[in-house]
Design a protein around this ligand. Sequence first.
Ligand code: NAD
Length: 293
Amino acid sequence: MSERLSGHTLLIGLIATPIRHSLSPKMHNEAFAKLGLDYAYLAFEVGNDELEDAVKGIRALGIRGANVSMPNKQAIIPYLDELSPAAELIGAVNTVVNKDGEGHLVGHNTDGVGAVKALASEGVSVKDQIITLAGAGGAGTAIAVQLSLDGAKEVRIFNPNDPTYANAEKTVEKIMSKTDTKASITDIDNQEAFKKSIAESSIYIDATGVGMGKLIDLSLINDPEVIRPDLVVFDVVYSPAETKLLKFARANGAKKTMNGLGMMLYQGAAAFKLFTGEDMTVDYIHDLLFNDK
Ligand code: NAD
């Protein structure tokens, strides 16, 4: 990289904490190098307390953009000048663009776009579809909004009655008032409604994180009758690559199952396009990051 960097190099940041483990710097820097773009991407370990100063720094230094992750996705909004329609509806930002380096900062959210593009890359369109979505946290909200913006017929959200439930109710209201999609939120404890909804859906998305970390041995679907060959089963988790849900779905005949790798790649590619105007070489980056090539 040292051969690439010069006095003209434009900087993109990643503002979150903890963040040193992130694959994003490698993803973006490899893509800049592959396309011969004079950019560099660096991670900055910044939390809510330093966030306002960090945003002032973006403007003062002419940093061209930044990805934003936890705990800053919502907290950054008051410091920005404008939000994209998706970021406005989601109420969270994962990408900030400082167009032309002139200090007008626009917040975007590419998480939902990442999920929809990952589905499209597997030949699955969300348009006119009934979709059951488990989880109404950060990822679930972004996905619900993007499914609606991309013309899903119905988005049926299921979530435990925890603090994210009230936020899900607001998301449902926003989707119903701003898009043509019908949206609903139901307590996932209502297993009868959950199973009925999946039976009426062509796509099931799990955006809860159940199946990773401490919840690695769990799946929200354990009844083989819920799985059909034509039900697309998409788990946003990518580590492990095969969650208990995906294993169960495959074992019970689901023909199309997907983990969260595609979503991760495509949310990065959408941010890359916003930063540079160029298309990220997604297949090349996928092989580089995940096949050790
Ligand atoms: P979050 O904490 O904001 O939301 C989690 C949601 O799951 C909440 O609505 C919560 O109520 C629900 N939930 C938690 N435990 C549950 C259970 N036992 N049963 C049913 N629902 C349950 O988290 P987040 O930021 O939305 O992340 C969720 C998952 O998505 C994580 O695993 C994260 O790694 C993954 N993620 C993947 C990508 C990607 O690009 N593939 C992007 C963002 C997040």
